[in-house]
Design a protein around this ligand. Structure first.
Ligand SMILES: *[C@@H]1O[C@H](CO)[C@@H](O)[C@H](O)[C@H]1NC(C)=O
Ligand SMILES: *[C@@H]1O[C@H](CO)[C@@H](O)[C@H](O)[C@H]1NC(C)=O
Ligand SMILES: *[C@@H]1O[C@H](CO)[C@@H](O)[C@H](O)[C@H]1NC(C)=O
Length: 445
């Protein structure tokens, strides 16, 4: 073992020498004048989620280092004026800044031009994984709607792309105008394409032209387009539909996107431990697959009420439930009350019939609910989170635990800190952006 130590250190050194994203300093305004796309992480050194994002951010930086997107980070505890300017309410916040001047070299991308009248900043609200962040940046650096013109590409395209919206028909008329409008607004959240009817005919049965579809789970679902006559209502109903359909039928739920999903719908969650998911045939895998199949099979019945998904970090679920839940588990979260429901019976022999009965009971309010988002529940959640954080530190490093938590005052301030900085936060419902704030004391009361 001793022999391997030097190599271990060597390994560590090599890791620290790998790509590192640059910090922005006071010269931030100057840099912005240089044009281009800037993918910026607004962070604070004391924030735990920022630290966790750090390696991912460096990977993102490395992957985009040869593109026209500059990846940077800025320490908002040092440059609070920048944080104010961009309305940063929580850390980390990821934004793609598009510079006015940079629009010059994009004059050939007409859709994009419309959306930019001044410097624009788009907030990333998805799962903070390397792929999702890169997809977001690349998508935002292109036009809101991309036209598919190559018939050869379409079949490959349908096979590869997991979820996208597509307009079929001529690029004119009220439906097209609404689609353009919605695509511009929703560009941070999804892919929007446009295609000629003749091009798709052999791949997708299209009964109405023009029409709009979302392609997911390898099949098209059409926008029913009520009230096509009344322009205003098309916009509104198309927007609502796109917003509801932009998640996969069974999606991964994370700290980064849970608030956003809760703005749209209640959630039915399979709670598993991601680390154990790789073990094929495990119980974790079983519950996750069961719920996924259920979501697809019962889509028509429950789509209106629920977004189905899974959560790979039990901590988030435990924080919501304010207790250490058994794993794997199933939990339902009501988006308007922030109450949660759990199956009454043992989870080990659950099947789709029982899930169906469980959801029916919730909808008919004939099953007890827990949690919620009252002031006292928040305090309880804060205490629970502090307790979890403490026991984690204690179990990995008792000495540090002693140092940190030796004084009752420290414990108290930690409790207060976690109350104020919980991830799962209903207080943000009125807020469109910055959903996953850790540090939004202002909005609490
Ligand atoms: C609907 O979309 C059209 C697109 O041409 C736009 O002009 C109009 O302002 C939109 N209406 C509303 C209510 O958003
Ligand atoms: C279109 O519909 C016909 C008849 O309903 C069916 O046979 C065909 O497979 C469908 N094509 C596609 C691409 O789904
Ligand atoms: C969430 O709770 C509200 C208030 O009790 C209720 O009206 C609504 O139906 C619930 N939603 C779901 C999906 O259970």
């Amino acid at each position: 073992m001793i022999w391997s130590l030097p190599f271990l250190f060597l390994g560590l050194c090599m890791r620290t020498h790998s790509y590192e994203v640059l910090d922005l300093y006071q010269n931030f305004p100057e840099i912005r004048k240089n044009g281009g796309f800037w993918l910026v992480k607004f962070y604070a050194p004391w924030c735990g989620h920022c630290k966790r994002l750090e390696p991912v951010w460096n990977e993102v930086g490395e992957a985009l280092s040869k593109s026209n997107i500059y990846v940077r980070k800025i320490d908002c505890s040092r440059f609070s004026s920048v944080a104010n300017e961009f309305g940063i309410r929580g850390y980390p916040t990821i934004k793609l800044l598009v510079n006015f001047d940079s629009v010059l070299d994009m004059f050939l991308k007409p859709f994009f031009i419309h959306s930019i009248t001044s410097n624009a900043a788009f907030t990333f609200t998805g799962d903070r994984s390397k792929d999702e962040i890169i997809n977001f940046a690349v998508r935002m650096a292109g036009p809101a709607i991309q036209e598919i013109v190559d018939p050869e590409i379409l079949p490959k395209f349908l096979a590869v792309n997991k979820l996208f919206f597509m307009y079929i028909g001529d690029q004119k008329g009220p439906l097209w105008n609404s689609y353009k409008e919605v695509a511009k607004k929703m560009q941070p959240h999804g892919y929007f394409y446009s295609v000629n009817e003749n091009l798709v005919k052999s791949h997708i049965n299209v009964s109405d032209v023009p029409s709009i579809l979302v392609y997911k789970d390898s099949k098209p679902l059409f926008f029913s387009g009520e009230n096509l006559e009344k322009k205003k209502q098309v916009n509104a109903s198309l927007f609502k539909w796109v917003n509801e359909e932009r998640y996969p039928t069974f999606t991964k739920v994370t700290i980064g996107n849970i608030n956003e999903i809760m703005h749209i719908k209640s959630i039915v969650l399979a709670i598993v431990d991601e680390k154990q998911l790789q073990n094929i045939g495990s119980e974790m895998e079983g519950i996750k697959n069961l719920l996924e199949d259920f979501a697809k099979e019962f889509r028509n019945k429950y789509h209106k009420y629920y977004q189905f998904g899974w959560i790979g970090s039990p901590d988030l679920a435990n924080s919501i439930a304010m207790q250490t839940l058994p794993l794997p588990y199933i939990m339902v979260l009501n988006s308007s009350t922030y109450e949660y429901y759990v199956p009454e019976e043992d989870i080990s022999d659950i099947d789709s019939r029982k899930i169906d009965a469980f959801l029916e009971k919730i909808l008919s309010h004939s099953i007890p609910s827990y949690g919620g988002n009252s002031f006292f529940t928040r305090i309880r959640r804060g205490i629970f989170d502090a307790y979890v954080a403490f026991s984690e530190i204690w179990s990995t490093n008792p000495i540090l635990g002693m140092v940190l938590f030796g004084l009752p005052m420290t414990v108290l301030s930690f409790v207060i800190y976690t109350i104020c900085c919980v991830d799962f936060d209903a207080g943000e419902q009125e807020e469109e952006e910055d959903d996953d704030d850790e540090d939004d004391h202002d909005k609490k009361d």
